[in-house]
Design a protein around this ligand. Structure first.
Ligand code: HEM
Length: 137
């Protein structure tokens, strides 16, 4: 994936050349401006910037996340690890704009790490039970 600097992102603010970063991925929304149900102006207001919070605040649907008229240009420099975590949680480009809450959850813990957490807890509980039982003998 191409790594795009914040400086490069900030250059794309023209109505026919609008880029924005959402959750560490840079999207070209130029082809969707006039069709955006929220209006072109809202997209223009975050052109060249990180629009993650604005995007999530509008409670976009899955259809919006997979809109075909936007294209992913690359990963924002510094967000490589965040995008890697999305991939580890099952995300890929075909899923469009990632939904961090659905992928990683509100706790910020990914599904594999939650499973490991529960497993370690279960083993510790079993060990404690075994220890208590063995002392009673
Ligand atoms: C990747 C960029 C974006 C895409 C593809 C997109 C797409 C859409 C779509 C398809 C809808 C219709 C409702 C839905 O299906 O969720 C929508 C609604 C809306 N969007 Fe976006 N959007 C984008 C970015 C943004 C940003 C950055 C903002 C705010 C700055 C925004 C604000 C809104 C608002 C307020 C609505 C509700 C409009 C209404 O119901 O009157 N969108 N968007």
């Amino acid at each position: 994936m191409t790594v795009i600097s914040l400086e490069e992102l900030s250059k794309h603010t023209a109505p026919n050349d609008t880029w924005m970063a959402i959750h560490g991925l840079v999207y070209d929304t130029s082809g969707f401006m006039t069709e955006h149900p929220g209006g072109a102006q809202l997209l223009e207001s975050v052109a060249g910037q990180d629009a993650s919070a604005e995007f999530e605040d509008a409670l976009h649907s899955t259809a919006a996340r997979t809109e075909e008229k936007i294209s992913c240009k690359g990963v924002l420099a510094g967000s490589e690890k965040q995008v890697q975590r999305f991939r580890e949680a099952g995300w890929d480009e075909s899923m469009g704009v990632p939904d961090p809450e659905a992928l990683i959850g509100k706790s910020g813990m990914s599904l594999p790490s939650t499973a490991i957490f529960l497993l370690v807890g279960a083993v510790a509980a079993a060990a404690a039970a075994w220890f208590i039982a063995s002392r009673k003998k």
